[in-house]
Design a protein around this ligand. Structure first.
Ligand code: ATP
Length: 248
């Protein structure tokens, strides 16, 4: 049913500098409580699609030329990225952005500051998030810039969680990380989804991992959504493994 849909991307065409077409009529939707993976090769348009969802394209001379994006009842193109965060749509950008000169815990706290929450609430959220990321609890007093790549990616995710998202959007969380760390991160995302009801949209080049943890997936190719389906079914298809996704 319609009220079950949290995010709808419908026929979106997006360009940069009024010239390069990065998305050419892309449609997909995400149901409440679902993990949806956006798959595709380098340059297929995954990052552009995620930025469109958070209304971050204008800052890069990008624009949606046609189509629509709805988060709940909201037309995301009419709402500032900051207000989308307040509405519960929070994105972890590509490349594990965290404040390198702040401690891990200061990074996390900074994620909660957008909400008008009391110190007690922030402390409560921190403790809860540390149960999902015990490694970050151990490292809470370390400067983020001195932690490992995996810890920085976890910090970026945990910081996003501090603003209490309903939809968490992640751009290539696996990038540059060892397989065991990638598994750890995806397992944690799955737990957050199961135990907290968090909806997740994740762009990945690492299709093998993403298809293992997602409920459904949409495959982008040259700015076009060429295929959508249940992750379980897409995992079985050899043509997808070799042709669209490379042998990962
Ligand atoms: P990656 O995995 O490298 O991030 P992607 O699937 O996320 O790839 P996009 O980054 O969305 O793909 O790129 C889609 C197309 O848009 C590419 O042709 C890219 O060159 C172009 N593009 C992306 N960002 C910009 C920008 N800021 N200005 C101009 N063109 C851009």
């Amino acid at each position: 049913a319609q009220e079950n849909i949290l995010l709808t991307v419908a026929g979106v065409r997006a360009t940069y500098n009024h010239a390069i077409t990065a998305l050419d009529g892309v449609s997909f939707s995400l149901a409440r409580g679902e993990i949806l993976a956006l798959l595709g090769a380098n340059g297929a348009g995954k990052t552009t699609a995620l930025k469109a969802v958070s209304n971050l394209l204008p800052a890069e001379r990008g624009q949606i030329v046609s189509g629509s994006i709805r988060f709940d009842e909201l037309d995301v193109t009419r709402i500032s990225p900051a207000n989308l965060v307040r509405a519960g749509l929070v994105q972890v950008l590509e490349g594990r952005h965290c404040f390198r000169s702040l401690t891990v815990e200061e990074n996390l706290v900074s994620g909660g500051l957008g909400r008008s929450s009391s110190r007690a609430e922030i402390a409560e959220d921190l403790e809860k998030i540390y149960t999902y990321f015990p490694r970050l609890k151990e490292k809470r007093r370390a400067l983020s810039g001195l932690t490992s790549g995996g810890e920085q990616q976890m910090t970026a995710i945990a910081r996003a969680l501090m603003s209490r998202p309903r939809l968490l959007v992640l751009d290539e969380p696996s990038m540059g990380l060892a397989p065991i760390i990638v598994q750890n991160i995806f397992r944690t995302l799955r737990r957050l989804n199961r135990e907290e009801g968090l909806s997740i949209l994740v762009a990945e080049q690492n299709s093998a991992v993403a298809l293992n943890y997602a409920d459904r997936a949409t495959i982008l190719e040259n700015g076009v959504a060429v295929l959508s389906g249940k992750a379980r079914e897409l995992r079985e298809r050899d043509d997808i493994k070799s042709f669209y996704l490379g042998k990962k």
